[in-house]
Every structure is written in structure tokens, then in C-alpha cells.
Ligand binder design. Structure first.
Ligand SMILES: Cc1ncc(COP(=O)(O)O)c(C=O)c1O
Length: 298
């Protein structure tokens, strides 16, 4: 199964859980999401080698929405399923469609760090009733229809409890407000720090209004004078947490043996990328403190 190297480990772990082999593909340097041309090359190469991919898991990283027009066309041509990991992208929209609505199967996360949360758990989305029936069956220990407990497949306990679902419904009412708050953080950071030499912000891809889940930048040390790690440590010294961008999967010890198409872009984004404090509850004063501190790092 193909997926983006630049993602959280959960995406690649899911491939391994079902006994498949992850094949990683690099991202586009402007959008940080799967490079559709490289996906097409990877699908064609694997097919030519007699080991065609079964699926592509596209990741809507940091709230970005992938170029699904290109990815869908490529997947359809190669007869490969397309799955959308929209864990970080609830509330993002591209070409009038919401993140999670682009592939035959998509997932959302309601983990504690997401834009809305149920403390843990998530949701599978599909328009296809057969997929939904199969997912419900597998997620509830694969109980066959019988008065006794009958099982013809290995199932899972992957339910979101009713109690947590109720929390999620309450949270959902706040989604628009949270997206607005996160977008406002990104705009304010950009207004204050966007002119710093070597700083480049991750912005909405064409036709998209994203949830700006985290405000992400790359810092070119040659232009700025110090690297992203110096900025991160300078913030940490006053108890402000920022984080490096996801470390690519092809550089992770657990996935080192996996095949990789490209990789230089993801590696560079990891080297130079920083996620600034972006919580929905952050105040203007909190943000100003981050900005003022960054300005003193050199
Ligand atoms: C891109 C991505 N995929 C998958 C997940 C996994 O979601 P969960 O923690 O709800 O299992 C996360 C975050 O946790 C994520 O960021």
C-alpha cells in the first residue's frame, strides 16, 4: 500500500496492522501532501514489476487537503483503491468538498490534540453501504448473525463509545469557531513573522480553505542565520512548546526497510520545519509572546 512518507506513524502502522507492506512516496514541496506525479510513477513501477499496489492512503497533513482530482484519476487508471487519512483535517474544504469526502473510505481522528476531540477515538467515513457494513462488523469483534457467538473473521474492538460520541456531538458545534481561531493564529503569525528572511509558511493549497490545524513554517538557516532547532530551543527556554514537523516514515527505524519513491522533500521539511503553538484556546497575548521571543533568537 502506498502512502506519504511525511505523516504521523499511525498511517503507516495501519498498513502493517492488516499485513500489508508500506511503500512511501514523497510530498509536494508547496503543499506538503502526496506528489500526484510521483504517486503515478510509483503505481506504474510497482505494476510493471508484477507487484501492483492495492491502495493509496493520502494524508491531509496539518489540515491541508490533497490534490484529489489528480490522485483519484491516477488511482482509477491503475485500478487501485484510494483512502483518505483526514485525521488532522476536519473542517478543511477544497473545491467545495469537505476533507473526508474525497475517497471511497476516509478516517477522522478525535484524539486529544485534534481540532475537536472525544479524548480518543475517531470515525470512518464512506458513501458505500457495503464498506460501512463491513467496517461495523469488523469494529465490533466480527460477530456473525447467529443467536450464539459465531465468528468467521478476526474482528477488532474499534468502537467509539456512546458516551464519547455524545461528547463529540457537543464538540462539533464548536468546529467553525475553532477553525476560525486556528486560521486567525496563522494569519497573525504570518503578519508578524512572514517577512523574516528564510521563513516560509505552509498555506492553503489552490481552491482550499483549510482548518490550519497547526501553523507550520520552514526556516532556511542560510537566510535566517539560525536553524529551526535553535528557534525551538529558544521558545522552550521560556516554556513555550513548538515541535519539529513529522519525521518522515522512510527515516524511521521501524520502516527503514520499506521502499521509498523520492524522499528529499520530506527530509528537507523535517530538517527545516517547525510547528508553532496553535491551540484554539491560545490568546492574542500568548501569541504575541511567541512572536516577540522568535524575534530575539538571532
Ligand atoms: C495523520 C494522522 N493519521 C492518523 C492519526 C491517528 O489518529 P488516532 O490517534 O485517533 O488513532 C493521527 C493522529 O493521531 C494523525 O495525525
Amino acid at each position: 500500500m502506498l502512502t506519504s512518507s511525511l505523516t504521523f506513524a499511525a498511517t503507516a502502522n495501519a498498513i502493517r496492522y492488516c499485513g500489508a507492506e508500506p511503500v512511501f512516496v514523497d510530498v509536494d514541496s508547496a503543499t506538503w501532501t502526496l506528489d500526484p506525479a510521483l504517486v503515478d510513477t510509483a503505481l506504474a513501477t510497482l505494476r510493471r514489476e508484477g507487484n501492483p499496489a492495492k491502495a493509496v492512503i493520502a494524508v491531509d497533513l496539518y489540515g491541508q487537503v490533497c490534490d484529489y482530482a489528480a490522485l483519484s484519476e491516477s488511482c482509477a487508471r491503475h485500478e487501485v483503491a484510494l483512502v483518505e487519512d483526514a485525521a488532522e483535517a476536519l473542517g478543511s474544504v477544497r473545491d467545495g468538498r469537505s476533507a473526508g469526502a474525497f475517497a471511497e473510505l476516509a478516517v477522522l481522528s478525535f484524539n486529544g490534540n485534534k481540532i475537536i476531540t472525544t479524548a480518543g477515538g475517531g470515525m470512518l467515513l464512506s458513501d458505500d453501504p457495503a464498506h460501512v457494513r463491513r467496517a461495523r462488523y469488523l469494529a465490533t469483534q466480527a460477530r456473525d448473525p447467529a443467536p450464539h457467538y459465531e465468528h468467521s473473521a478476526v474482528g477488532y474492538n474499534y468502537r467509539l463509545s456512546n458516551l464519547l460520541a455524545a461528547v463529540g456531538l457537543g464538540q462539533l458545534r464548536m468546529l467553525d469557531e475553532r477553525v476560525a481561531a486556528r486560521r486567525a493564529h496563522r494569519e497573525a503569525y504570518q503578519a508578524s513573522l512572514g517577512d523574516l528572511p528564510g521563513w516560509r509558511f505552509l498555506t492553503d493549497p489552490p481552491g482550499a480553505v483549510t482548518n490550519a490545524w497547526l501553523t507550520c513554517v520552514t526556516i532556511d538557516p542560510a537566510a535566517f542565520g539560525v536553524d529551526r532547532e535553535a528557534v525551538r530551543l529558544h521558545l522552550e527556554a521560556i516554556d513555550v512548546e513548538s515541535r519539529p514537523v513529522w519525521k518522515p516514515m522512510h527515516l524511521q527505524p521501524v520502516f527503514r526497510a520499506c521502499r521509498m519513491f523520492g524522499g528529499e522533500v520530506a527530509a528537507r521539511l523535517f530538517r527545516d520545519g517547525l510547528c508553532l503553538p496553535s491551540g484554539s484556546a491560545m490568546t492574542d497575548e500568548d501569541r504575541s509572546r511567541v512572536v516577540e521571543r522568535v524575534k530575539t533568537v538571532r
